[in-house]
Design a protein around this ligand. Structure first.
Ligand code: HPA
Length: 238
């Protein structure tokens, strides 16, 4: 699942497939990656050409489509701002927990009625076994990883105020982004193994000594994107 800056992963023999879900239509690329036999499904979270802002991403359609295709494990990428001094620009981070500050997104497949009710367990939102493989891949390709991070998910599309960032810091947030929730929750509802590789693209508002721009995030992502693609390739190989 490619986030900002990873809207494309170069697949071999790729075909584009359109999947109709109860929540909308989703397009993915399916092909081979890094010379492996098993097929890889690549989905661009924000749509091709980054046309959907985080609060309008059709998270339910995306996860439903992946499940329909038989996907069992999702490696998600996410551009994030840092709230913690241990997380520096360009660092690659594995998420461990989240704090949910989203406001207006459908959060579940289980809305009562025919779908029933589900209170999904969130003790371990991000998949430990997949993270273990990513860790081994990181060691193999010499990409250092920061681990155990708490992701604050905001509604966006605006960036945060410095006061909000101070509040998130007090609550234990270490990096901030706009997309992990409800994506990780919906994947969990489907019983899928989901891990997020975060890329620190900026210091959060008020920590940075300048106003934030989306361009800054894109420029940082371009610098780190290749390393992340390499990390994903090795993870997939293992
Ligand atoms: N805030 C929210 N989302 C983000 C940021 C940020 O600072 N950087 C990248 N995505």
């Amino acid at each position: 699942m490619g986030g900002t800056g990873l809207e494309n992963l170069i697949l071999q023999d790729a075909r584009t497939e359109t999947i109709t879900t109860p929540y909308g239509v989703v397009t993915v690329d399916i092909g081979h990656f890094g010379g492996q036999n098993a097929p890889l499904v690549f989905m661009s979270r924000h749509g091709k050409g980054h046309t959907l802002p985080p609060h309008l991403v059709n998270y339910r359609a995306n996860i439903w489509a992946l499940q329909e295709l038989g996907v069992r494990k999702i490696i998600a990428t996410a551009a994030v701002g840092s709230l913690a001094s241990r997380l520096q620009l360009g660092d690659i981070v594995l998420m461990d927990q989240f704090l949910d500050f989203t406001k207006s997104r459908p959060h579940t497949f289980y809305e009562g009625g025919e779908q029933g009710v589900l209170h999904v367990d969130m003790t371990e939102p991000y998949c430990k076994s997949l993270q273990a493989v990513i860790r081994v891949a990181g060691e193999a390709v010499g990409v250092p990883l920061e681990e155990g991070a708490t992701y604050v998910c905001t509604e966006g599309p605006r960036f945060e105020t410095p006061a909000e960032i101070r509040m998130y810091q007090m609550l234990g947030g270490e990096c901030v982004g706009m997309t992990s929730v409800p994506e990780v929750v919906l994947a969990k509802e489907c019983g899928m193994c989901y891990a997020t590789i975060g890329m620190i693209t900026n210091e959060a508002a008020g920590i940075a000594d300048h106003p934030l721009t989306h361009e800054e995030v894109i420029v940082s992502m371009k610098a780190t994107g290749k390393t992340v693609a390499q990390l994903i390739q090795e993870t997939f190989r293992i």
